[in-house]
Design a protein around this ligand. Structure first.
Ligand SMILES: [Zn+2]
Length: 370
């Protein structure tokens, strides 16, 4: 476990944070938390990121927030919810039993690496999928209009539909794919990966699904057990969405802390206005958003999307961290526009998280119904 080589672990150590390995994922890679020294007020504030490891501003913002959040409450961050994806494609191949893959720089390099070792399962144009140890890897050469992994996932789904006999080889495996947004600042093609998993009953999930399910993958179960243990009074899960503008997910009126959440939101809206950060509207997101997602959204002002999560029984695999954590306190999910510059993405993450925390301090302790 080469945590010493994780630059964010080293930075949290320099901040004097208390570092804990919460458990390991299915590839025996550690999922770790950092708790800010000196604070003791409970319940803690939990900042999570990296479930989609190609959304790179999240882990960086989480560590900066650990250092600077204006609160007396205990602050805990979990920067890498998908430690395999965070290492990037060559390191992921190595972690899953491959020999040295450090000389790989493009998708064609990866495809050739897989082909030379007779690990390719299928190829169709530049799309290819291969197996390495318990991992599958899928990708395609990015084109001018590539804006992320969405196109790879579509190609993968089409390939599975047309080759149903190959489904069995992928079931129960994590499939990692390159970030595939070559023009996106700090989202290098092979430097970080997005992981999805095909379940036995054909659900395609990722590290921000499976919460509350008895068969949740280990990486998700580790984070879920930690949330149950610390019962955060405020949870912020950091992501990157599409376009240049940003949006954020808020809970619906049926959530346990709906009234307090709405009060927090108002402070954030004011802070966004004061910072002059433009936010996205739902109609701007429609071209990129999967249809099944759109059905669940209701837009509010200032980039807020109310996500109506279906009851657990109706969506046994599909619960994300945010609605799971919302049983313990207000919970939010940021979606910062990936086509912003690195510093602008970090500014969005900071303003959203900081204003939530300041509003939380301003409101003081309240019961769930207040
Ligand atoms: Zn995400």
């Amino acid at each position: 476990m080469d945590l010493a080589h994780d630059p964010l672990w080293a930075r949290c150590q320099q901040l004097g944070a208390e570092l804990s390995v919460l458990g390991t994922d299915e590839h025996q890679l550690p999922i770790w938390s950092a708790t800010r020294p000196g604070d003791s007020a409970q319940p803690p504030i939990l900042i999570t990121s990296g479930s989609h490891a190609d959304e790179t501003s999240g882990p960086e913002a989480a560590v900066r927030l650990l250092a600077n959040l204006p609160t007396e409450r205990t602050v805990i961050v979990i920067p890498h919810r998908d430690p395999l994806g965070a290492r990037g494609i060559p390191a992921a191949l190595l972690a899953c039993g491959g020999d040295d893959a450090s000389g790989l720089h493009t998708w064609n390099d990866v495809r050739q690496w897989l082909a030379e070792r007779h690990l390719l399962l299928a190829e169709d144009g530049s799309f290819a999928i291969g197996l390495a140890g318990d991992l599958a890897i899928a990708g395609m050469e990015p084109t001018g209009d590539s804006f992320g992994t969405e196109k790879i996932i579509k190609s993968l789904m089409f390939w599975l539909e047309t080759h149903p006999n190959h489904r069995a080889a992928l079931k129960g495996r994590w499939i990692v794919m390159p970030a595939n947004a070559p023009g996106c600042d700090r989202r290098g093609i092979l430097e970080c990966g997005y992981s999805i998993r095909l379940t036995r009953d054909n659900f395609v999930g990722h590290y921000n699904r499976f919460f509350g399910h008895p068969e949740a993958p280990r990486g998700v179960a580790v984070v879920q057990a930690f949330i149950d243990d610390v019962q955060p009074g405020l949870t912020i899960d950091l992501h990157e969405g599409w376009n240049t503008r940003s949006y954020w997910f808020v809970s619906d009126e049926a959530s346990a802390f709906a009234s307090r959440s709405e009060q927090l939101e108002q402070h954030v809206c004011d802070a966004l206005d004061a910072a002059g950060l433009p936010m996205s509207t739902l109609s701007e997101l429609v071209p990129n958003m999967p249809a099944e997602h759109l059905l669940r959204f209701t837009p509010k002002s200032h980039g807020r999307l109310v996500w109506r999560w279906p009851p657990h029984q109706e969506s046994p695999w599909g619960v994300a961290l945010m609605p799971y954590a919302a049983q313990y306190g207000p919970a939010f999910q940021t979606e910062v526009g990936r086509w912003n510059s690195w510093e602008d993405r970090l500014a969005y993450q900071r303003v959203l998280a900081e204003s939530l925390v300041l509003a939380d301090r301003h409101l003081g302790r309240r019961s769930p119904s207040s």
